[in-house]
Ligand binder design. Structure first.
Ligand SMILES: NC(=O)c1ccc[n+]([C@@H]2O[C@H](COP(=O)([O-])OP(=O)(O)OC[C@H]3O[C@@H](n4cnc5c(N)ncnc54)[C@H](OP(=O)(O)O)[C@@H]3O)[C@@H](O)[C@H]2O)c1
Length: 303
């Protein structure tokens, strides 16, 4: 693994951005981004891989607009299902490894305990169906692969719940937040660090370990709980106003895409196979807020 070529797709996304930094010491890292590579155009994907001939392809590119995917199924399918399938064919041809990210939204949320990798997927929305099709295309290709299923991704940059709450907390006197969907907020930095920790020991150690691994922070909360933690920290760190927070039901906040009630993923398989555990979500949140604090000369985050 060390000193081999690593090619990252989706360089400026939340996870892709962090991967560029966290994987830098593992090999010769190069990265590409839309529109240089358009996942709607399989030839552009193949050309990018063939220009580098990497030992490891890491795919952080995705169509992540969950509600919009309901009306853009063709584009979401091209990016989330067809594109990863092309990457898998290329990885197989090169005898390399494909690292890819999937989602809690492949599950329907009906289970009362955390989902394990062998549970039957049953996506409730178009985004989840396209991501599941991507997982299946990679598995069917026969390439060496690691599919990391993560959830509720946020970070110091990009479009995410943390930055939205920090912005809305300053703009509005009251926020109504869904309290009956449970999951683990997982920072893009933790996802990239865990990816690096898994890859660091070396390529040979990867053999026989191909498969799907849940990869989220430990602990659990609702979106309401996440919002409360963000706004509490923002008040104490930045002196931000604390709006009136109202817990609501999913039924009170209709969206084009349905979302699972239980998004909790058990990470036991990741821990047992690679010895990798992600920090508790509250600790990880505090680390991301440290970054925002350090990055702002006026100690007021630009959300
Ligand atoms: N976000 C979440 O809450 C969440 C939850 C569970 C799993 N995941 C999974 O985690 C992975 C990383 O997600 P993320 O939050 O980092 O996503 P993100 O911030 O939305 O980044 C996705 C990246 O894909 C690129 N992209 C979009 N359309 C493209 C196209 N046609 N061709 C090539 N690249 C394209 C984007 O470029 P532009 O910025 O130019 O559009 C962006 O760089 C994804 O596999 C996602 O499904 C995310």
């Amino acid at each position: 693994m060390r000193n081999s070529r690593i090619l990252i797709f989706g360089r400026i996304g939340q996870v892709g951005w962090e991967l560029r930094h966290k994987l830098a010491c593992l090999g010769q890292v190069s990265s590409v981004e839309y529109p240089e590579v358009d996942f709607a155009n399989p030839d552009s994907i193949r050309s990018a891989v063939r220009a580098v001939e990497p030992a490891v392809i890491v795919n952080a590119a995705a169509y992540t607009a969950v509600d919009k995917a309901e009306s853009e199924l063709q584009l979401a399918t091209a990016i989330n299902a067809t594109g990863p399938g092309v990457l898998a064919e290329e990885a197989k041809r090169l005898g390399g490894l494909l690292v890819h990210y999937s989602t809690d939204y492949v599950f329907d949320g009906s289970k009362l305990t955390p989902w394990v990798e062998t549970d039957a997927p049953n996506p409730l929305n178009a985004y989840g169906r396209t991501k599941l099709a991507g997982d299946q295309a990679i598995q069917a290709s026969g390439c060496d692969h690691l599919i990391f299923r993560t959830s509720w991704v946020y970070g110091a940059r990009g479009n995410n719940f943390l930055l939205t709450m920090l912005r809305l907390g300053k703009e509005r006197a009251e926020l109504r937040i869904v309290d009956d969907q449970i999951g683990s907020p997982t920072s893009s930095e933790c996802i990239a660090q865990a990816t690096s920790d898994v890859l660091a020991p070396g390529g040979a150690g990867m053999q026989g370990r191909s498969g799907i691994y849940n990869l989220t922070s430990s602990g659990e909360t609702s979106w309401f709980g996440f919002a409360k933690a963000v706004l509490t920290e923002a008040e104490s760190r930045f002196g931000s106003p604390f709006p009136n927070l109202v817990p609501i039901l999913t039924a009170d906040y209709p969206t084009p895409a349905k979302r699972p009630a239980n998004s909790r993923l058990s990470c036991e398989r990741l821990e047992q196979t690679f010895g990798v555990t992600l920090p508790h979500w509250e600790h990880a949140l505090s680390l991301v807020l440290d970054t925002l604090t350090e990055g702002s000369s006026s100690v007021s985050p630009k959300a």
